[in-house]
Design a protein around this ligand. Structure first.
Ligand code: DGL
Length: 269
């Protein structure tokens, strides 16, 4: 019954949490490649190979559908994996599209030509690999015209969160927001384009100010997954749910429990 959720580390828990609230009867098998996190400083080949290994592991455990709850993997590996072909009955989906549909006020599957949208100045906060892939701008250009995107590569934030150093993470968020504002003084909207960043949502909102609408992926992905599973019930798979890590299960368990404020127990992948 489980849907696979993959991230390099703990960030995908922000997606998992929203999905579990929305779909209480669906099981989720979460896979954190903590041993190799962060992905955001790796090159595209490396990200592809690591993502492919993790997704294959989830498919082998009986998940039919795997969500890449990681923008870096969605940016650097998803298209290549889909083009290389996935095994019959298996699917892998990323987290970009639901976010861009929300930003551009589009319904799922609306393939009409790109059009002007309300928001014109958008700040994108993401990992260095996601920013350099320009995947967000590419997906946006399919749907909207006239949107000015200023991207800020937020080096160090994922490492700090993975290490549980929230004071450092907060200081880094403030300095990345300052750097962004020097390039775009008045963004209308800000995209948290890394699934780790919703864990720092308050710090982003405070540094950006109350007038900036901050978009996070958790609820948007959960909503889109609900819709997808209604249309593809066979994608539920036959695996049991749970939490797997390539890192140290005890350490990852403690951090995850701290972040989600409920007991989460990781096992070795
Ligand atoms: N949560 C991943 C993302 O959404 C973090 C990537 C990393 O490990 O640097 O991009």
């Amino acid at each position: 019954m489980a849907v696979g959720i993959f991230d390099s580390g703990l960030g995908g828990l922000t997606v998992l949490n929203a999905a579990q609230k929305r779909l209480p009867d669906v099981g989720f098998l979460y896979y954190a490649d903590s041993l190799h996190a962060p992905y955001g400083v790796r090159d595209a080949d490396d990200i592809y190979n690591l993502t492919r290994t993790a997704v294959q592991n989830l498919w082998d455990r009986g998940c039919n559908l795997v969500i890449l709850a990681c923008n870096t993997a969605s940016a650097a590996a998803l298209r290549r994996m889909q083009e290389a072909g996935v095994p019959e009955g298996k699917r892998v989906l990323g987290v970009f599209v639901p976010l861009i549909e929300a930003l551009t006020e589009r319904q799922w599957g609306d393939n009409s030509p790109p059009r002007e949208v309300e928001v014109q100045h958008v700040a994108l906060f993401a990992t260095p690999a996601t920013v350099s892939s320009r995947a967000f701008q590419r997906e946006l250009a399919f749907r909207a015209i006239g949107v000015d995107v200023e991207a800020q590569a937020c080096g160090g934030v994922v490492d700090a969160i993975e290490e549980g150093d929230m004071i450092l993470a907060e200081a880094l968020v403030r300095s990345h927001v300052d750097a962004l504002k020097r390039k775009m003084p008045e963004p209308q909207a800000a995209i948290l384009g890394c699934t780790h960043y919703p864990l720092m949502a308050e710090a982003f909102q405070q540094a950006l100010g109350p007038d900036v609408k901050v978009y996070s992926q958790g609820d948007l992905v959960a909503e889109s997954l609900t819709d997808y599973l209604q249309r593809h019930p066979n994608m539920l798979g036959d695996s049991a749910g749970g939490f797997l890590t390539t890192g140290k299960p005890g350490v990852v368990t403690d951090r995850a429990t701290q972040f989600l404020r409920r007991q989460i127990t990781f096992e070795a992948a």
